[in-house]
Design a protein around this ligand. Structure first.
Ligand SMILES: [Fe+2]
Length: 312
């Protein structure tokens, strides 16, 4: 049996997780195998398709001028506006032709080592369900709208597509060092809540921003949040907020730069230097930061979500 360390070089096989490697305990549904993939995509009905269409239309009211040009181009290339929840077979066919990625259905959040394995093999796991009218505005568990509308268009960008694969390859190493939180922070501040500098201003490319109506406007225009140029070491030491608008966003100058920073960093060395917790609060601005906008933090200081504070 290969050791966990050896499997870091061989992404064809899924490793057995050694007992000393920490991962969140998730109960595997009986109908999925070790790969956690659903045997088939859910057959969505017309109500489900109408929810997709309404969510799509709402986002299109706020995204132009605020979403990264790579994201808007990806929506076009994949024809995600053809109506209803996309069929993963057709979607994967189009995506594979562009960057070699495919989209695969999963029942729920999946274990970290399985998630990393799929990414390392250019498979993007997407929720096999859609939110209801009751949870139209906010759901905690990522559904097919968040996963497909939010994440998949970016996978049409060749450099970003390579970055996501590298992220998956980096995963098992973080688990071996028990530093998943640090690598998770990098995912959070790039893949979910990343901003990019474009010629005509800062735009959003993170799926957590792009799949909801409020944070798109807040992340780009509000005075509250800090906007800081991304440095991988700094980001991996920074705490983040899961269920509210972010107090701080990190801005990349290009996907090439993000890719380079990630592949060139010796993560073994970094993990050996990192403590188990985070060094910086999610509101912190530190002296080595290249600050694009220093935020007022008004929204966060007033109490954020649930306090009635305006996302200004
Ligand atoms: Fe996501």
């Amino acid at each position: 049996m290969a050791t966990f360390e050896e499997t870091e070089q061989d992404f064809n096989r899924l490793p057995d997780l050694p007992a000393e490697v920490f991962t969140a305990p998730l109960k595997k549904p009986d109908h999925v195998g070790d790969d956690w993939l659903e045997p088939q995509q859910t057959q969505y009905d017309s109500d489900d398709d109408a929810i997709w269409n309404d969510l799509f239309e709402r986002q299109m009211g706020v995204l132009p001028g605020r979403a990264a040009s790579a994201f808007m181009a990806g929506l076009q290339k994949l024809n995600l506006n053809r109506g209803g929840v996309p069929e993963f077979g057709k979607l994967s066919e189009d995506l594979t032709a562009l960057t070699g990625w495919s989209v695969v259905p999963v029942p729920m959040l999946i274990p970290d080592h399985v998630f990393f394995w799929h990414l390392a093999n250019r498979r993007f796991p997407a929720g096999n369900f859609i939110r209801t009218r009751e949870t139209f505005d906010y759901i905690q568990e990522p559904d097919v709208f968040h996963d497909v509308f939010g994440h998949v268009p970016m996978l049409t960008d060749p450099v970003y597509a390579d970055y996501m694969q590298e992220y998956g390859r980096a995963g098992w190493k973080a688990m071996r060092h028990n530093r998943l939180k640090a690598l998770g922070s990098l995912y959070w501040y790039t893949v979910e809540f990343g901003l990019i500098e474009e010629k005509d201003g800062i735009k959003a490319y993170g799926a957590g921003i792009l799949s909801g109506p409020t944070e798109v406007v807040y992340a780009i225009e509000a005075e509250s949040p800090n906007r800081i140029m991304l440095n991988v070491d700094r980001v991996m030491r920074t705490d983040y907020v899961i269920s509210d608008l972010q107090p701080t966003y990190f801005v990349i100058e290009s996907f090439e730069d993000l890719y380079r920073q990630t592949v060139e960093r010796d993560f073994d060395k970094l993990y050996r230097n990192l403590g188990p917790g985070f060094t910086y609060a999610n509101t912190a601005v530190i002296d080595v930061d290249y600050v694009v906008n220093r935020g007022t933090l008004e929204y966060t200081l007033r109490g954020g979500r649930g306090s009635g504070a305006k996302p200004v």
